[in-house]
Each structure stands twice: as structure tokens, then as C-alpha cells.
Design a protein around this ligand. Structure first.
Ligand code: C5P
Length: 306
């Protein structure tokens, strides 16, 4: 006897990212900047719960870190993801309840909104039993935002174009990071705008050879000096206090500190787990308190939990 399993609730876990290298070219005519970046997914995850209910419309409930600053209306990226998927696959959208359990900071430079959009694409494709392959899902993800395809993929990957053209990178070993969140987010668009003012010609679009070699060799000591973020200058210009935090992380024992993406989250690369424990403790005592997290990279991409 074949029994049919009726899925009416799906849970997906999806990671935050940092950029090990982020080279930004000059603003293109469409308003976006061409990138050459190396993404790394880290073990900080949002969960997307998708459930059908009798009724209509999309209900969004946001729980967890910074929940109050996440919009719950049509401009929520998860809602846009669900609507896009429904439209492309002719799904008659009845009642959909989305619960976003957030651990990734909002407007933190770690692609939290993009993670929720990626998680929603995967969750709803299962919930609605859509026959969609990885390429089609990636194309929809790219329509939603620059970081959404990587949130699906995870691991470590080179991103070009707007960041949506991805090639996985084979890297050896695990990297231990200490993250320091900020209570006030930075708008990605604002940081890019400031970047245009500071560097109207952009910079050379390349991934440093030293960085790729360090990843292949699995050497965090060699990786540290190769980390690069072209948006750091603009983020620090908008938030000068970040510079002091970066210096304090290195004083506390990290190999290097960098702004994550467009900031304001700061990411500190540590030699090993025990150093990361030490650095996180020091930064927490030094004023960062409960805004400090220890994570490892690379982490998996969007994954079905049940
Ligand atoms: O694509 P995403 O929604 O993540 O981008 C947010 C904003 O960041 C865009 O509206 C754009 O102003 C800026 N951006 C950019 N160039 C990129 C990615 C983002 O200018 N490659």
C-alpha cells in the first residue's frame, strides 16, 4: 500500500555569511556594483517555518534577535520570495504562515534578510510540492537579492556579477570566528552610496591569489593578512567607532578583524577554538557583552529540517 504523506508544515535552517574578500567595482548603469567576492557561510542560522492555514494572505511572525526591526509586510524579503515562487509556478496562494526565528542580525552585513528569502524559497517549494531544480531555484534567488543564491548554496564560494554567479571553492579545515553585532544596523544601500562618494572609480575586481592559496592549504595564519573588504572604508566612515572595535579584537588575540560585508558586524578570525573562546570572553567583558558570538565556517547552505 502506498501511503501519501501530506506536508503542511516545513522547517528550513539557513546560514549567515561573511565575505572573506569583497572587491567592489564602479557603480553600473543599473545602480548595482559588480563584485568579486569570496563568501563563507558560518554557523549562525535563521530558521524559516512555513505552514498552510485555511484562509488567505501571508502572515509573518518574527521571533528572536532583533525581531522588532524586521518588517512583516509585503516588503519583507521572505514574503517576496513566497510570492515570486507562487507566481512563477502558478500556485494559488491560500493562507501561508511564515515564522522567522532569527539569530542573524538584521541590517548587520551578514545577509540575514537574504537567508530568510532563501529559506522561504526552499520551504515553500517543499510545502507546495513544486518540481523545481537547483538552477531554477538559484535564478529565483538571484531576482530577490545579491546574497540570496549563496544562502541556498552555503560552504565557501566565489561570487561575481552582483554576487549571484557562484563557484564553490574547495577549502581545507574549519575557521573559528568571533562576531560582534551592533545594536544599530547599517543600510547596505547607504554603505554603497558612501562607497561611490569615496571611490567613484571603484577598485580592481579580483580575488587575491594569497587568499585562494591560504584556503586551499587550510592555513588561517596565511588567510588573515589576505582578508579584504572594499566596503570597510565606507562602513567605518559612517560608523567611526567600528575602527576601535576592530583594533580591540586583534589586541585580544585575534589574527585579524574585518567588517562583515556592509557592516556593522565585525568578524575576528582566530587561530583555533581556544583562542576564539578567549577573544570572545575578552570582547564581551570589554563592553560588547551579549553581542558577541563564536561561529565556525564553512557551514552548510539552506537545509530542510523537517
Ligand atoms: O541585492 P541586495 O538587496 O542585497 O542589495 C541591497 C542594496 O545594496 C541594493 O539596493 C544596492 O543599492 C546595493 N548593492 C549594490 N551592488 C551590489 C549589491 C547591492 O549597489 N552588488
Amino acid at each position: 500500500m502506498v501511503s501519501e504523506v501530506v506536508v503542511n508544515r516545513v522547517v528550513v535552517r539557513v546560514p549567515a555569511k561573511i565575505n572573506l574578500s569583497l572587491a567592489v567595482g564602479a557603480r553600473a548603469a543599473d545602480g548595482y556594483h559588480p563584485l568579486a567576492t569570496v563568501f563563507e557561510a558560518v554557523s549562525l542560522f535563521d530558521e524559516v517555518h512555513a505552514e498552510e492555514f485555511d484562509g488567505d494572505g501571508i502572515d509573518v511572525l518574527v521571533a528572536g534577535a532583533g525581531a522588532e526591526s524586521v518588517p512583516t509586510g509585503e516588503d519583507n524579503l521572505a514574503v517576496r520570495a513566497a510570492r515570486l515562487l507562487a507566481e512563477r509556478y502558478d500556485i494559488e496562494l491560500a493562507g501561508l504562515a511564515l515564522t522567522l526565528r532569527k539569530a542573524i542580525p538584521t541590517a548587520g552585513g551578514m545577509a540575514g534578510g537574504s537567508a530568510d528569502a532563501a529559506g522561504t524559497l526552499l520551504a515553500c517549494s517543499v510545502l507546495w510540492d513544486i518540481d523545481i531544480d537547483a538552477d531554477e531555484m538559484r535564478d529565483l534567488a538571484a531576482e530577490l537579492g545579491s546574497d540570496v543564491p549563496f544562502a541556498l548554496l552555503g560552504g565557501t564560494a566565489i561570487g561575481t556579477g552582483r554576487g549571484t554567479e557562484l563557484v564553490p571553492v574547495l577549502s581545507r579545515g574549519r575557521r573559528h570566528w568571533v562576531l560582534v553585532f551592533d545594536n544599530d544596523g547599517l543600510s547596505t544601500a547607504d554603505v554603497y552610496r558612501r562607497y561611490d562618494e569615496l571611490r567613484p572609480k571603484g577598485s580592481e575586481l579580483a580575488v587575491p591569489d594569497e587568499l585562494m592559496n591560504a584556503l586551499t592549504a587550510g592555513s588561517v595564519v596565511d588567510l588573515a593578512p589576505a582578508l579584504r573588504n572594499d566596503l570597510a572604508e565606507a562602513a567605518i566612515d559612517l560608523r567611526p567607532d567600528l575602527e576601535d572595535l576592530l583594533a580591540r579584537g586583534v589586541e585580544a588575540g585575534a589574527l585579524a578583524g574585518m567588517i562583515s560585508g556592509s557592516g556593522p558586524t565585525c568578524a575576528f578570525l582566530c587561530r583555533d577554538e581556544s583562542t576564539a573562546i578567549d577573544v570572545s570572553g575578552r570582547l564581551a567583558r570589554d563592553g560588547a557583552g551579549d553581542r558577541v558570538r563564536r561561529v565556525v565556517g564553512p557551514a552548510h547552505g539552506a537545509r530542510l529540517l523537517g
